[in-house]
Design a protein. Structure first.
Length: 217
């Protein structure tokens, strides 16, 4: 039996973009590059609409939408954000609720988008989470970066700490010409910075998620 696989038309540029992002995610000196913007100690003011499928607690299938205003620590505006996420899996080795998110950030000079997995259990404990960030319009088009964030202990559903790292990448524009291409790129970059939905256990065995929103126990 012969099977033909069709690679994306821009497979080479996708590979180069992934290489650029891997270097950015692992290189602490990237912030020193001339084409890089590092925005740290930002404040994210979140308006959250959380929908529970099985109140009162959190459970598989819960979803949310939210709007955020991101400012500097002295209240200067940086960007606005629209996002949505859903709890899709309960991870087998630790029972953590894994959520998938998608976001659009609007800066004064353009837009960027994120997508990726979030450890819903860990973030409610105050752990930092990270998403890949891809510029999609205006002066942000062709940029690549990382968004990191965590809730504050005082207002975990309304106030977040946030950081943004954005740099230039000559390959991004060629691999984000359609929504489908943008989705492909974000899916490719996510594993570099996002938590694994179901990593191997200490025994080395691979196990499926304990439960899924697609087929609840």
């Amino acid at each position: 039996m012969h099977t033909t696989f069709h690679l994306p038309r821009n497979a080479a540029d996708l590979a180069e973009t992934a290489r650029d992002f891997a270097a950015l995610a692992s290189d602490a000196t990237a912030a020193d590059r001339a084409d890089t913007d590092v925005l740290e100690e930002l404040v994210e003011h979140v308006t959250l609409d959380y929908r529970k499928v099985d109140p009162p607690g959190r459970s598989l299938g819960d979803w949310d939408t939210y709007e955020s205003v991101i400012t500097t620590s002295d209240d200067r505006p940086v960007a606005t954000l629209q996002g949505t996420g859903r709890i899709l899996y309960e991870r087998s080795h630790d029972g953590h609720m894994m959520m998938y998110y998608r976001e659009k950030l609007t800066f004064p000079d353009g837009t960027a988008e994120t997508a990726g997995w979030l450890d819903g259990t860990a973030i409610m404990g105050g752990a930092w989470q990270r998403f890949p960030l891809v510029g999609t319009s205006g002066a942000q088009l062709g940029r690549l970066g990382i968004r990191s964030f965590r809730p504050t202990p005082e207002q975990p559903h309304a106030l977040y700490q946030s950081n943004l790292l954005l740099t230039g990448s000559k390959h991004v524009e060629s691999v984000t010409r359609t929504p489908e291409e943008l989705d492909l790129l974000l899916a490719l970059l996510g594993p570099f910075v996002c938590p694994a939905v179901n990593p191997a256990t200490e025994s080395g065995r691979l196990e499926p998620p304990a439960r899924s929103a697609f087929a609840p126990a």
